[in-house]
Design a protein around this ligand. Structure first.
Ligand SMILES: [Zn+2]
Ligand SMILES: [Zn+2]
Length: 295
């Protein structure tokens, strides 16, 4: 007797009997409950790097679109004292938004004592979950290398003092960046918008760094990047949009937003031979492991 449902309200539906064994892939109990938030209401994806203050339009709408696209949390990354303060305010205003405080390598020359004092003050806020973005950009070199290195070292010290992870931007400066991270004893490190090759990814893995990939993994020339992604275990692999920069391939020429995170997950998933859903979930787990999302 395979179908004992004849006569019942669903008796004419032969699929009904299978309902109880249908896999429920969205079961929130698969995940540990998060802080004081209700995990049942939380879309799974986490965008670990965006600049909400640079995205046009109402930030509330941007956050709502992200939620509708399955992205429940986003880390709004500061690039100078003013935008770091703005990020902290946005975190205060919108559920699911968290901030970081720091000075971008592009403007490292402006990282003086007063700027440092603002960053330090903001880091006392529990919604400010990371230090940065900081790092080295020898590609654009908008600040002299010595200023970039000095600011980078100070950010590493702040990360060590506060225990908050360091959000690191590196472009064409891998040798120096890895040397400084090592010399200064950086221990909670997120390499954002990763642009290195497989060998650098292996070094990052050996050091226990978290490695975050942006939507350039969707571009046609992403082969080397995807090989690098394959070197990182799921527990240290993060996904970000870096919005409004770097829109995914399908949206090139238009501004990017956190709602596009699933495109990044999809490209990573394809290269790693897993599903997009699994990637969205594992990158969110890794994000929770490195950032402390208290509300
Ligand atoms: Zn960056
Ligand atoms: Zn950025």
């Amino acid at each position: 007797m395979k179908r004992p449902l004849d006569g019942g309200p669903a008796g004419d539906d032969p699929t009904f009997a299978g309902a109880e064994v249908e896999p429920d892939s969205t079961d929130p109990h698969d995940r540990p409950p998060v802080a004081e938030d209700d995990p049942q209401l939380e879309p799974v994806g986490i965008d670990t790097h965006c600049h909400l203050f640079l995205i046009e339009g109402d930030p509330g709408d941007v956050v709502a679109s992200a939620r509708a696209a399955g992205v429940g949390r986003l880390v709004c990354v500061g690039i100078d004292p003013e935008s770091s303060r703005r990020s902290a305010e946005l975190a205060q205003s919108f559920r699911g938004v968290f901030a970081t405080a720091g000075v971008h390598p592009h403007t490292a020359s402006e990282f003086d004592r007063p700027a440092g004092a603002v960053i330090e003050e903001l880091l006392a806020d529990r919604l400010v979950v990371g230090v940065g973005e900081t790092g080295l950009d020898y590609y654009r070199r908008l600040s002299p290398v010595e200023d970039q290195q000095r600011a980078f070292r100070t950010h590493i010290a702040l990360s060590r003092e506060t225990g908050k992870p360091l959000v690191v931007h590196v472009r064409e400066a891998w040798e120096d960046a890895l040397a400084i991270l090592d010399a200064e004893g950086a221990d909670r490190v997120v390499l954002h918008c990763f642009s290195g090759d497989a060998a650098i990814a292996r070094e990052a893995r050996a050091r226990g760094y978290f490695v975050s990939f942006a939507a350039n993994v969707t571009y046609p020339n992403a082969t080397q990047l995807l090989q690098a992604a394959a070197e990182i275990g799921p527990d240290h692999l993060l996904a970000e949009t870096d919005s409004p920069c770097l829109p995914p391939r399908s949206l090139r020429g238009r501004p990017n937003s956190p709602a596009n995170l699933p495109s990044v997950a999809e490209a990573l998933a394809e290269a790693r031979g897993v599903t997009s859903e699994e990637t969205l979930r594992s990158t969110a787990e890794a994000a929770r492991a490195v950032f402390e999302f208290h509300r």
